[in-house]
Design a protein around this ligand. Structure first.
Ligand code: XLS
Ligand code: NI
Ligand code: NI
Length: 438
């Protein structure tokens, strides 16, 4: 079945940490148990259609460099159907159980909504056949509401009501197709939901419209009986200067304000956390603490480049931090580790797509083992618990239960003269402890 990647074996094998074969996993061993669960089930890897099969690798200074022998550059439905076969050969060989797409990366947009929908249906038919043949599942679907010039001013936050209506029609279709393909989720990334200048912007009205849009999506979900999880994917900027869904906390606040919290979880992306001035672990912790971590768009930025470079994750430190939070929440349910990442413009060969994904999967597999070992060891968890020990005292418990007052606390602390000294935070010792496991 080596049609498009003839030099790649039918299955990327696990070669172990000593393997020197770049087409073997060093750490990801799908069936291996970590804490009683297979690595496959812990990590739930997913390949993204847009970067892996549709991205020509252009940048603002130059055209695409990607060599993709299967692409005839016609933009035809026939070529899109062929690309499905390429995608499923790739994902099967890699051994990832899931994939994700935007409507417009799988099928070309037509001149009218009708034509676009027909194109989408034609390609979705092949996606369904390939899913059945390979057992690969759709982690989530989404609609591209940011590439077409009609969305230049936003989609659900456009000042133009007809653009809002167009976006509604597009999301309706993307939800139907996702549902039909048995998708486990549906993601909303506000591609241009934000503003470039506040001078021309009615922010309140735009946010109200975005909430209306999402409420309609919730209604439509019920209408068609789609039980997949809805996700919001935060990002603070790019393409707009200020995106409304800027980070985990702001998304949760938005969802809470508009009565949407029960219907959405977060899909957190590493490079977006960086752009928001947060560590990914911070974003994940916010979501976990609110019972709202759904899925991860796994990638990484370059510390010296200030934009969303969407690189494949390679740092064990980063992946261990991510997996600590995932394990803390008890593992993924509907979501997974979705590689929203692209190879560099200089890495234009088809084989580079394999090297990139193998490296990302290995980085997360190793991160999983590190995180599991840190939790089993227990010293880190014990330290944090001990740091808050005074809160387990009688008075601490009373405050936490909402049963104390300023007056009572004044009477409690005044005779003591001052608060007891706080023990050292031991940051460096804990950093050393973390490194013991890397
Ligand atoms: C862009 C986003 C996008 C979403 C899906 O920065 O990460 O790729 O994941 O629309
Ligand atoms: Ni993403
Ligand atoms: Ni991104």
């Amino acid at each position: 079945m080596s049609a498009y990647f003839p030099n790649v074996p039918d299955k990327i094998a696990y070669g172990g940490p000593k393997s020197k074969n770049p087409l073997e996993f060093k750490h990801y061993n799908a069936d291996e148990l970590v804490g009683g669960k297979t690595m496959r089930d812990h990590l739930r890897f997913s390949v993204v259609y847009w970067h892996t099969f549709s991205n020509p690798l252009a940048d603002p200074f130059g055209m695409g460099t990607a060599i993709r022998p299967w692409d005839d550059h016609s933009g035809s439905v026939e070529n899109a159907v062929k690309k499905v076969d390429v995608a499923f050969e790739f994902i099967s060989k890699l051994g990832a159980p899931f994939y994700a797409f935007h409507d417009r990366d799988v099928a070309p947009e037509g001149k009218t909504i009708k034509e676009s929908n027909a194109n989408f249906d034609a390609v979705a038919k092949r996606l369904k056949e390939q899913q059945q043949k390979t057992g690969i599942k759709l982690l989530w679907g989404t609609a591209n509401l940011f590439s077409n010039p009609r969305y230049a001013h936003g989609a659900a936050t456009s000042p133009n009501m007809e653009v809002f209506a167009h976006a509604a029609a597009q999301v309706k279709k993307a939800m139907e197709v996702t549902h039909d393909l048995g998708g486990l989720g549906y993601t909303f990334w506000g591609g241009r939901e934000g503003y470039m200048t506040i001078l021309n912007t009615n922010m309140k009205r735009e946010l109200d419209h975005l909430a209306r849009f999402l409420h309609m999506a919730v209604d439509f979900k019920k209408q068609i009986g789609f039980h997949g999880q809805f996700y919001i994917e935060p990002k603070p900027m790019e393409p707009t200067k200020h995106q409304y869904d800027s980070d985990a906390e702001s998304c949760l606040n938005f969802l809470r304000t508009y009565g949407l919290l029960d219907h959405f979880k977060l899909n957190l992306e590493t490079n977006h956390a960086t752009l928001a001035g947060h560590e990914m672990q911070h974003e994940l912790r916010v979501a976990v603490d609110n019972g709202a971590l759904g899925s991860i768009d796994a990638n990484t930025g370059d510390p010296l480049l200030g934009w969303d470079t969407d690189q494949f994750p390679t740092s064990f430190y980063l992946t261990a931090q991510c997996m600590l939070e995932v394990l803390e929440m008890g593992g993924f349910t509907t979501g997974g580790v979705n590689f929203d990442a692209k190879v560099r413009r200089e890495s234009y060969d088809p084989i580079d797509l394999f090297y990139a994904h193998i490296g990302g999967m290995d980085a997360f597999a190793r991160g999983l083992k590190i995180a599991h070992a840190i939790r089993e060891d227990g010293r880190l968890g014990d330290f944090v618990k001990a740091r808050y020990a005074s809160w387990d005292s009688e008075m601490g418990k009373k405050i936490e239960a909402g049963k104390s007052s300023f007056t009572e606390l004044e009477a409690f602390i005044t005779p003591k003269g001052d608060a007891a000294a706080s023990p050292s935070g031991r940051q460096e010792m804990l950093e050393n402890l973390f490194n013991e496991f890397i």
